[in-house]
Design a protein around this ligand. Structure first.
Ligand code: COA
Length: 375
């Protein structure tokens, strides 16, 4: 296990003020709602009403993180936004966000793109910027924000969502991010959105296979690394290595995807079915509680799960975080809860967002999409 003196100092999580129960989408599309509810594992999708977009989501998440942090705006030396909801091919989304926050000066500002993996890459870059010494005492503001919409009636439509997570990267008050991480990539066209195309093109089944391959490869590397690092008399088994993680979070395009990926991981590691099922139920399912209520938030999806898992944890408790982005790339990170995790302050505003949302019906959703398509 590698230890780190760098990590997440503060967190902010934000969701838009509208949502659609998946049963309503089933009624609109003439699909048995059980396909969405139990077939995919999705219950509600977060939707942006007029006036809310990826920038407003990112800015509010950032404001929440900054408000709960002991530092000031002058202590930020890097702002980086991971997103696949770019507003421009040249101007980074971080410029819109920095403008709203009044952040300028000796600050590096840029956007990272790699489908749903972009937020994790942004976080890794900020962690490595800290570890390299280049930060010179400053902290980074990392934001993962997206509005995930598919063409109406696309097979991906039931998995839509929207949300943002902001993380200040510096001292590990909320969580330390371990130095070692476990990436895997392979070029593929499983999900892509050409320049000028409003909605993504998806090879749905291929994207499932790519995700499973990335997850199995990253977890196999992690287990081999931990076994090699172990000082115990007997090399720990794969199940024992996984057991060291109290919670294991995944990118959640839809919860069934995660279940399939865990089965693949178990098979690659040689776990029996009961062990894999036990791992999934006890360590993974509890981390997807909020994802089921907001849908796929692309770059923010994994970090919503991590933010919810960390809340209430004792210092030192370990968490796994598997990121996946189409194209495709994956990476497994490990974190340890810090002293501020137990109070889980960031969840108060996030839960309020969820509980105060306007729940749309099928007709209101159809009207919202029609207005969006008109621009
Ligand atoms: N009751 C209960 N379950 C039902 C059902 C019903 N009436 N009808 C179908 N299902 C189940 C299916 O058996 C299937 O479950 P299984 O995979 O465990 O067998 C599940 O619901 C989904 O059905 P499927 O026919 O595979 O859905 P689809 O092809 O319409 O869409 C995706 C699934 C993933 C292809 C689609 O959501 C998509 O394109 N998503 C975007 C891409 C994505 O998220 N990729 C993930 C990696 S990033």
């Amino acid at each position: 296990m590698s230890t780190s003196t760098v990590g997440i100092s503060a967190l902010g999580v934000h969701f838009p003020s509208a949502a659609l129960p998946l049963a309503e989408l089933g009624a609109l599309r003439g699909v048995d709602p059980n396909k969405y509810l139990s077939g995919l594992g999705c219950h509600e999708m977060a939707l942006c009403p007029a006036g809310t977009d990826v920038v407003t989501l990112a800015v509010e998440a950032a404001r929440r993180a900054l408000a709960s942090w002991s530092g000031s705006m002058g202590d930020i030396g890097l702002i980086v936004v991971g997103t696949e909801t770019a507003k421009d091919m040249s101007r980074p989304l971080s410029a819109w966000v920095a403008e709203e926050l009044g952040l300028s000066g000796a600050v590096r500002s840029y956007e990272v793109k790699h489908a749903c993996y972009g937020g994790t890459l942004a976080l890794r870059q900020a962690v490595e910027w800290q570890l390299s010494g280049a930060a010179r005492g400053k902290s980074a503001l990392v934001i993962a924000a997206d509005v995930a919409l598919y063409a109406p009636e696309d097979s991906g439509e039931p998995t839509q969502g929207a949300g943002a997570v902001a993380m200040i990267v510096g001292t590990p008050d909320v969580a330390a991010v371990d130095v070692a991480s476990f990436p895997f990539s392979q070029p593929a066209f499983d999900f892509w959105r050409p320049v000028g195309q409003a909605f993504p093109s998806v090879e749905g089944q291929l994207s499932l296979d790519c995700y499973k391959l990335a997850a199995a490869s990253c977890f196999a590397d992690y287990v081999a690394y931990e076994q090699a690092e172990s000082t115990a008399k007997q090399t720990p088994s794969p199940a024992e290595v996984l057991n060291e993680l109290e919670r294991v979070c995944f990118h959640v395009p839809f919860p069934k995807m995660v279940k399939k990926a865990v089965a693949e991981v178990g098979e690659r590691l040689g776990l029996d079915e009961a062990t894999t099922a036990g791992f999934y139920e006890s360590k993974v399912v509890p981390t997807m509680r909020i994802n089921q209520r907001v849908g796929n938030c692309y770059t923010a999806s994994l970090w919503i799960s991590v933010a919810s898992a960390l809340a209430g944890m004792k210092p030192g408790t370990r968490v796994g975080a598997f990121s996946y982005g189409s194209g495709f790339g994956g990476e497994l990170l490990t974190l340890s809860a810090g002293p501020k995790a137990a109070e889980g302050a960031w969840m108060t505003a996030a839960e309020r967002d969820l509980n105060e949302r306007e729940m749309l019906d099928a007709a209101a959703y159809a009207a919202l999409r029609a207005a969006h398509l008109k621009g």
